[in-house]
Write a protein that binds this ligand. Structure first.
Ligand code: NDP
Length: 244
């Protein structure tokens, strides 16, 4: 079935792979991120394969920008069936380094970005009496490690926000489903967001050994979206088989 699907952080990695897979399945894609040239390339690739897609340059830390993304979907297609809050950054470091700007960036993109997505899309879904949020958390939302405190806090926050949203929408009988996807190490550009050179090097080496393709995550997301409307797949945890 063809659905209107909005994805933030669609210019690379998991967002891009998911957009391309869902477009191949016949859905209408609305892509948001900051890098316009990347969004244009992905939309062109989808259209060249006879798919449907549009984009809006979006900064998820800015509510007005996120509302513009939602408006783009409504203007173009008149509906939002699925909204994927996926944009994220992972500039990990230990607390003693005091990289306060990185802490704030993770809170702004990973947490505030998800809340902005909910603020923009939930009223539309309530009016439609149907909808589906896919929120990207992480295995780092379930457990942490030295250097991972703030990233894990934001991703654990995504789990809690998603669960409260799920309960509220179930209580309201609104037909709005909520799915959290919690990936392990996935081969994307995420490592580039790390500003501490030692953490970046170590993470890149680890990812070289274990990480899997974002296509694997895309398939799981498609599975949740394509489940019958009466069934809500609440969380998918997916790690590389080699990840301890
Ligand atoms: P990428 O770096 O490839 O993708 C991140 C995306 O987020 C990009 O499209 C980027 O686009 C976008 N983004 C960053 N900041 C903003 C912003 N302020 N406004 C709008 N978009 C923004 O990494 P992934 O694909 O791996 O990351 C996707 C999600 O998956 C993230 O939430 C990440 O935390 C999560 N995740 C990733 C894992 C991994 O191992 N890769 C594991 C677990 C979770 P642009 O720069 O153009 O704005």
């Amino acid at each position: 079935m063809s659905k209107v699907i909005v994805i933030t952080g669609a210019s690379s990695g998991i967002g891009q792979a998911t957009a391309e897979l869902l477009a191949r399945q016949g859905n209408k894609m609305v892509l948001g991120a900051r890098r316009e040239s990347r969004l244009q390339e992905i939309v062109k690739k989808i259209k060249d394969a006879n798919g449907e897609a549009t984009y809006a340059v979006t900064d998820v830390t800015d509510l007005a920008s996120v509302k513009k993304l939602a408006q783009t979907a409504m203007d173009q297609y008149g509906k939002i069936a699925v909204w994927m809050n996926n944009a994220g950054v992972m500039p990990q470091s230990t607390f003693i380094e005091g990289r306060v700007e990185d802490w704030n960036r993770m809170i702004d993109v990973n947490l505030r970005g998800v809340l902005n997505g909910i603020a923009a899309a939930l009223p539309i879904m309530r009016k439609q009496a149907s909808g589906h949020f896919i929120n990207t958390s992480s295995v780092a939302g379930h457990a942490t490690h030295p250097g991972g405190g703030v990233y894990s806090a934001t991703k654990a926050g995504v789990l809690m926000i998603s669960e409260a949203l799920r309960q509220e929408e179930a209580q309201a009988q609104s037909n709005v489903r909520v799915t959290v996807v919690s990936p392990g190490a996935i081969n994307t550009e995420l490592v580039n967001s790390i500003t501490d050179p030692n953490v970046k090097k170590g993470t890149a080496q680890y990812y070289d050994q274990v990480a899997i393709s974002p296509d694997q995550i895309a398939k799981s997301i498609a599975f949740a979206i394509n489940a019958p409307e009466s069934a809500s797949i609440n969380e998918i945890v997916i790690r590389p088989s080699k990840q301890a």
